[in-house]
Design a protein around this ligand. Structure first.
Ligand SMILES: [Zn+2]
Length: 142
């Protein structure tokens, strides 16, 4: 398992697992290369299969320049910069349920962030869960 490098133009349609293609992990600025951690794909595929509903990745790999944009406001040490993180939501499933299941897949390590659409965040179109495969354990709700 490791971090692989892809091209959106050349590999965009390539299947990484039963339900995920390279383009779903591309930086939103459309640039190459795209870095994708193989273990991240395994974790997302297990979540996809557990709920049996479409899983929408809203942010996968990020370049440094994209991550630094004011509207993205990413952490300078974001795991998205390494291709090890994805923000996503699952159709018809609450943020809490998705994050709780992710917890069972990464009990001792990895990052899991909860970003619910709630009274404190009414402008979010959907909530989302952040999952990453960092070696250490990190949990947060924002
Ligand atoms: Zn994230």
């Amino acid at each position: 398992m490791g971090i692989e490098t892809y091209s959106l133009a050349k590999d965009g349609e390539k299947k990484l697992s039963a339900n995920f293609r390279v383009r779903e992990f591309a930086c939103k600025d459309g640039s190459d290369p795209i870095m994708i951690d193989e273990e991240l794909v395994v974790v997302l595929q297990r979540i996809r299969e557990h709920f049996g509903k479409p899983l929408h990745i809203t942010s996968g790999y990020r370049t440094g320049s994209y991550n630094a944009r004011p509207d993205v406001n990413g952490s300078k040490t974001s795991q998205h910069l390494l291709g090890r993180a994805a923000d996503f939501w699952v159709e018809g499933v609450t943020i809490a349920a998705v994050a709780d299941y992710a917890e069972t897949l990464l009990p001792e390590r990895g990052g899991i962030g909860r970003y619910p659409k709630d009274k404190a965040h009414p402008k979010r179109k959907t909530g989302w869960v952040h999952v990453d495969t960092r070696p250490k354990k990190s949990r947060w709700t924002l």
